[in-house]
Design a protein around this ligand. Structure first.
Ligand code: KMH
Ligand code: ZN
Length: 270
């Protein structure tokens, strides 16, 4: 089994400091959190940008500042969000891709998202995929529901997506696929040949499905974007605390954790 790649989704677009006082928002806060997480075993940071008032933004200038601050402190793989926040236009969501980060997310379809609709029109998705190709950015395919993996498989066949695509199974968003072992097993069974996968369980499923992924040979995403708690009723003290726990579980299960260089090799970024 390959070493475990831990992604940390530090900030997200929906969580606030009121929900999680340790949420990193400014470039410096995000960079400090990224360094702590890298020390604890994370090799990818999934980034969202916020304005100084905490509201989400896809402004390239804000991403540029965050990326520079993270790079100053550690050598993690930078993955920018193109999901942004519900309601943003496709054009604004795509903005940070031209900064040529190593990776960017690409949502593979539209989905109900709590009380909202997270829109991903096929024409916009195609524009995103082509922009990532043009800028040499590896997409991580966000899979919120089963049909999206079928779409990804079709797009790999027609060359819009790379055969070595990295998938993120996001399980437990209200309106999307539930965070159950059965859902994870089904998505894993549909993975196209050559693909790698990670799982982002929402809320308490972050720990449960993450542990399953360690055993199944997948990879794991943790962090405040998906879950702000360490255990029921107890907020996590930092993103790094969540990274450390999954790294400890992986080592207990005798699966070593990849460093950023090893993760780059596994994902064929180098
Ligand atoms: N904030 C969600 C609507 C991504 O980063 O690519 C979308 C999201 C996915 O967070
Ligand atoms: Zn995100």
């Amino acid at each position: 089994m390959d070493k475990l790649i831990i992604t940390v989704a530090l900030t997200g677009a929906e969580v606030s400091k009121a929900d999680q006082p340790a949420l990193p928002i400014s470039a410096q806060e995000i960079a400090v959190a990224a360094e702590e997480c890298a020390k604890a075993g994370a090799s990818i940071v999934h980034l969202h940008a916020r304005r100084s008032d905490g509201t989400p933004t896809q402004d390239k200038a804000v991403y540029r500042e965050i990326i520079a601050a993270v790079r100053e402190r550690c050598d993690v793989i930078i993955q920018v969000s193109t999901g942004g926040a519900v309601g943003m236009t496709a054009q604004e969501r795509l903005d940070p891709v031209s900064l040529r980060p190593e990776m960017a997310t690409l949502s593979m379809g539209s989905v109900n998202f709590g009380g909202d609709v997270f829109m991903n029109h096929p024409a916009d998705m195609e524009t995103f995929a082509k922009a990532m190709q043009a800028h040499g950015v590896k997409p991580e395919l966000e899979i919120f529901d089963a049909g999206m993996i079928a779409t990804a498989s079709r797009w790999i066949k027609n060359g819009l997506l790379p055969a070595n695509a990295h998938f993120d199974f996001v399980l437990g968003v209200p309106g999307a696929m539930p965070a159950t072992p059965e859902a994870l097993m089904y998505l894993k069974s549909q993975l196209p040949v050559g693909g790698t996968w990670t799982v982002a369980g929402i809320g308490p499923a972050q720990l449960q499905l993450g542990t399953m992924a360690i055993v199944l040979g997948g990879h794991v995403r943790v962090g405040f974007e998906d879950n702000v708690y360490f255990r029921k009723g107890e907020l996590a003290t930092s993103n790094a605390q969540l990274v450390q726990r999954i790294a400890d579980i992986s080592r207990l299960l005798e699966r070593p954790v990849a460093n950023p260089l090893e993760a780059r090799q596994l994902l064929e970024l180098i």
